[in-house]
Ligand binder design. Structure first.
Ligand code: XMP
Length: 195
């Protein structure tokens, strides 16, 4: 399936630096436990934690809602062991993309049950037009339209995670094509138009 460029490597790098600065400012020197949602957030998490100045612990959970070759979500499958360790910790839940909101809402409920000192959410990408479960990320990289994206950790049927940039998995002229990506969140001056 053809891919249309959406967010370049340089734009991702700039957003990760901005998010790191926002998180450093919010938490100061407090130790942070980053919970990364595998597999999609693996690449983003690796880059983000290297922008953080406070002591950081890393924890992973797994979530899957796109099965085989689907570009629409199916049943949500979650593996989240060892959450009791999060008790009294400042937790930052990191995901690649906030879409319907099901994944982060479900994981937030599981983590809150472990009584962390605090819980905040980071999403590299946010598709607010797709939200069916009310959940909002505290830190967002880019707001994007309702298109299926791959690259920088995001996959289709297990492929494309290794691509350094993010592209739309649909040919130009089809409904999934990002002809007019929206600008990022307030304060984000990045131009998301394909290069
Ligand atoms: P929900 O709907 O639970 O979705 O907020 C979050 C999870 O769904 C996956 N997802 C995508 N994966 N391209 C992908 O490769 C997409 O456009 C996309 N939209 C949602 C992703 O795993 C995310 O964690």
């Amino acid at each position: 399936m053809p891919r249309t460029p959406l967010i370049s490597q340089a734009q991702i790098r700039t957003a990760v630096v901005r998010l790191g600065a926002e998180i450093n400012e919010r938490y100061g020197a407090h130790e942070l436990t980053v919970v990364s949602v595998l597999h999609g957030a693996l690449v983003f998490t690796a880059d983000l934690i290297r922008r953080l100045d406070m002591p950081v612990r890393l924890h992973t959970v797994s979530a899957r809602s796109y099965h085989a070759q689907a570009t629409a979500p199916g049943e949500l499958q979650v593996q989240a062991d060892g959450l009791a360790e999060l008790r009294d910790r400042h937790v930052l839940l990191v995901d690649d993309i906030l879409d319907t909101g099901r994944t982060l809402a479900h994981l937030s409920t599981l983590i809150r049950a472990a009584s962390p000192a605090s819980l905040r959410l980071v999403a590299l990408l946010d598709k607010p037009s797709r939200r069916s479960t009310p959940v909002q990320a505290d830190f967002v990289g880019f707001e994007i339209p309702d298109v299926f994206v791959v690259g920088y950790g995001l996959d289709h049927d297990g492929r494309f995670r290794n691509l350094p940039d993010i592209s739309v998995l649909a040919p130009a002229g089809t409904p999934g094509h990002a002809d007019a990506p929206r600008p990022g969140p307030p304060g984000d001056t990045l131009d998301l138009r394909p290069e």
